[in-house]
Design a protein around this ligand. Structure first.
Ligand code: GDP
Ligand code: MG
Length: 162
């Protein structure tokens, strides 16, 4: 069984951009996954000889959908299905109340969670991550999904136990 990586976070933080990058491998196929719904997208990738499955919680959110609804459906299902959660925040937008609400859920979840600070392009890494330490999810990991900065290193690290 491939390790399953769920991409979770507010709308517009770059989840789909990272999903596309992680599934752009020659071996990538859309996973034939039971329970597939319109709002969760599954893909496969390979890195350093290790295969993995990624879930993009693509259909969630929308400015008027409350955090309860967001966490209640697609994100929770994706977290349930995952071995690893990549919780994505946006270095440019900064720390938002919904980030804290999602973090509160993830802190009590048993799944291994990585705090990924996207859109760190053009920023010093320490500066990009600084305000997200307060989420209580450990080290912030700055990346730029759109440009690939730090993405391979992060995913190799994430896949180490598998
Ligand atoms: P999602 O709603 O979380 O799936 O976010 P998307 O992947 O659709 O990205 C939202 C916006 O952020 C798009 O305009 C992306 O081009 C932009 N974006 C994604 N990754 C990066 C990045 O690393 N740097 C910058 N500057 N913009 C990014
Ligand atoms: Mg998306």
């Amino acid at each position: 069984m491939n390790p399953v990586i769920a991409l979770v976070g507010r709308p517009n933080v770059g989840k789909s951009t990272l999903f596309n990058r992680l599934t752009r491998s020659r071996d990538a196929i859309v996973a034939d996954y039971p329970g597939l719904t319109r709002d969760r997208q599954y893909g496969n990738g390979v890195l350093g000889g290790k295969s993995y499955t990624v879930i993009d919680t693509g259909g969630i959110g929308g400015e008027d959908e409350g955090i309860e609804a967001v966490m209640a459906d697609q994100s929770l299902l994706a977290i349930d299905e995952a071995d690893i959660v990549l919780f994505m925040v946006d270095a440019r937008a900064g720390l938002m109340p919904d980030d804290e609400a999602i973090a509160n859920h993830l802190r009590v979840n048993q799944k291994k969670t990585w705090l990924v600070v996207n859109k760190a392009d053009g920023m010093q890494e320490e500066v990009a991550g600084a305000e997200f330490w307060s989420l209580g999810l450990g080290d912030p990991h700055p990346i730029a999904a759109a440009h690939g900065r730090n993405v391979t290193t992060l995913i190799e690290h994430v896949l180490e136990p598998f």
